[in-house]
Design a protein around this ligand. Structure first.
Ligand SMILES: [Zn+2]
Length: 109
């Protein structure tokens, strides 16, 4: 699969002008190295950016045993909370009566 390196927007860390990709290479299955160049000619900064895969949102159907990307906290929470949502009696429509505040003091008539 080829991903356009130019689709990743980056700003120059020194002058904040838009930087463009000059070169990119796959350093490892989870790490890509990109060389960026600042578009401000008076700055001219050229620098290296790493783009890394850091966590899994949806597991791969073709997992590489050498690649370990931890499941995202958000995904883990959704998976562990799912059985509680489908349990009988806990579905929508079950509402608790609102708590009635007791009168703080008696009002004389
Ligand atoms: Zn710059």
């Amino acid at each position: 699969m080829h991903v356009k390196a130019t689709s990743m927007f980056y700003r120059c860390p020194h002058c904040q002008a838009k930087a463009t990709t000059r070169h990119s290479s796959q350093a490892s299955p989870i790490l890509r190295e990109l060389i960026y160049q600042c578009t401000d000619v008076e700055c001219g900064h050229t620098f290296v950016v790493y783009a890394a895969a850091v966590r899994t949102l949806s597991p791969s159907a073709k997992p590489d045993p050498l690649v370990y990307l931890p499941i995202s906290e958000h995904t883990r929470r959704v998976v562990t909370e799912q059985p509680a949502i489908t349990q009988p009696g806990g579905g929508p429509g079950v509402r608790l009566a609102p708590k009635v505040k007791e009168a703080g003091r008696a009002v004389p008539l």
